[in-house]
Design a protein around this ligand. Structure first.
Ligand SMILES: [Zn+2]
Length: 74
């Protein structure tokens, strides 16, 4: 099994988070497979990195909490 190191940069604070995944799984995800079908056992935080790396828009858990708190406040 060959590993791919997927990284995403937080749009809020610039933190870079990385997740190591099987290259074949990453190919499936890039091809359009749903994240929960490719990696049913990964944590939500890890999935956010993978989704962010694919879409180009990522917020780390700390910034994500801030965004969510602001939404609740309104
Ligand atoms: Zn951040």
């Amino acid at each position: 099994m060959e590993l791919t190191y997927v990284s995403a940069t937080c749009s809020g604070c610039g933190t870079v988070d990385k997740v190591a995944v099987d290259s074949a799984d990453w190919e499936r995800f890039i091809g359009g497979e749903l994240v929960q079908r490719v990696w049913p056992h990964k944590t939500d935080d890890e999935r956010e990195v993978l989704i962010g790396a694919r879409s180009g828009l990522y917020y780390c858990p700390i910034c994500w909490d801030d965004l969510f708190a602001e939404e609740n406040f309104e």
